[in-house]
Design a protein around this ligand. Structure first.
Ligand code: AQP
Length: 327
């Protein structure tokens, strides 16, 4: 059976892009693959975090994943720092990656430009992400478009390691959706929506008040033209709304565009589709937050299951690398 792995950082409240670009596909992947999902809390440390907030965000993110439809009976759901094999493999992959290839990562450039403090971890983060994936003999990784370059690096590292030390890692394939892979900020439609960006009017949160969601979509930046057409280059604001509506309804954005002659009607339908996508998630979320002990038990079992696989893969890595066995 195909094995699917993916993760999400507890760096802020989950936004619509996370949902449409990745999390919804995690849910549907459960029907056809062996699925492993992780709250990657160590990745959050690449930028400064408040300890109390990090702890509660990690738990709440796990609860949101359950509310979205991750089923602990079908998926392994765990917290990255509960499985220490991730950091050991990360070091080994940092030693497999070239400095120059990490320096080419565009996300590092974006996040380090103008930052007050740039951690070394922000630079080496793609090696940790590669470790997360390779530790589970992963075949397929469902992610949004912004992770494409990191996925390519994970593949390159697996191939390089296998070439140097013999067959060790499964080389993973990215799985990037046709629509919703890059949901853009509603106020700045040429930059992607992000959970840690300061753009409250441009970002839709999955747990946001639904009236506020509708209001933000109705106030989304479009253009001075009036034609509803899907063209990301020439009409980024309108195309973003078409993409969001498309991701919610399953209909191609180009086809949706033919039905509208006014931006206001497109915005109204887009708002309604998003609200109806979020409503059942918000309803279910309340039931999980009411039971933090139950969530902790799910995560403990998930970590135990994840570790059973991770230790086996890491033993293979250590053996092939020539590390002396202990004892
Ligand atoms: N705007 C987006 N459109 C589509 N997919 C997106 N993803 C993120 N933003 C969009 C996908 O969501 C998954 C989880 O993301 P992550 O938490 O691992 O980190 P990220 O990609 O850096 O997401 P954010 O929201 O932008 O977080 P911050 O602000 O902390 O950096 C990934 O599969 C990602 O592709």
């Amino acid at each position: 059976m195909t094995r699917v792995f993916s993760g999400i950082k507890p760096t802020g409240p989950v936004q619509l892009g996370n949902l449409l670009g990745a999390l919804r596909h995690w849910v549907s992947d459960q029907d056809e693959a062996e699925t492993i999902f992780c709250v990657v809390d160590l990745h959050a440390l690449t930028v400064p975090q408040d300890p109390t907030e990090l702890r509660s965000r990690t738990l709440e993110l796990a609860q949101l994943l359950l509310a979205i439809g991750i089923d602990p009976n079908r998926s392994t759901l765990f917290v990255q720092s509960h499985v220490p094999e991730h950091t050991e493999l990360s070091w080994i992959l940092e030693c497999t990656a070239a400095f120059g290839e990490l320096r080419r990562m565009t996300q590092f450039k974006d996040k380090s430009t103008d930052a007050e403090f740039v951690s070394a971890g922000l630079f080496t983060y793609p090696a940790l992400m590669a470790a997360d994936i390779l530790l589970y003999d992963t075949d397929r990784v469902p992610v949004g478009d912004d992770q494409r370059q990191h996925l390519e690096l994970a593949r390159d590292l697996a191939i390089r390691f296998n070439h140097r030390y013999g067959d060790t890692f499964v080389v993973p394939e990215p799985s990037i959706p046709k629509v919703g892979a890059r949901v853009m900020d509603l106020q700045h439609p040429t930059r992607k929506m992000s959970k840690s960006d300061e753009s409250p009017q441009g970002t839709i949160l999955v747990l946001e008040d639904l009236a506020s969601v509708a209001k933000k979509i109705k106030r989304a930046v479009t253009d001075t033209d009036t034609e509803v057409r899907f063209d990301m280059e020439a009409k980024p604001g309108v195309s973003n709304l078409l993409s969001i509506l498309s991701a919610c309804t399953g209909e191609a954005p180009e086809v949706i565009a033919t039905r509208y002659s006014r931006y206001g009607d497109l915005k109204a339908d887009c708002a309604e589709a998003v609200v109806e996508t979020l409503r059942p998630i918000q309803d279910r979320y309340a039931t999980y937050t009411a039971d933090p002990t139950g969530t902790a038990a799910i995560l403990a079992l998930g970590a135990e299951r994840a570790r059973a696989t991770a230790t086996g893969v890491l033993a293979r890595v250590r053996q092939n690398l020539g590390l002396l066995p202990a004892g």
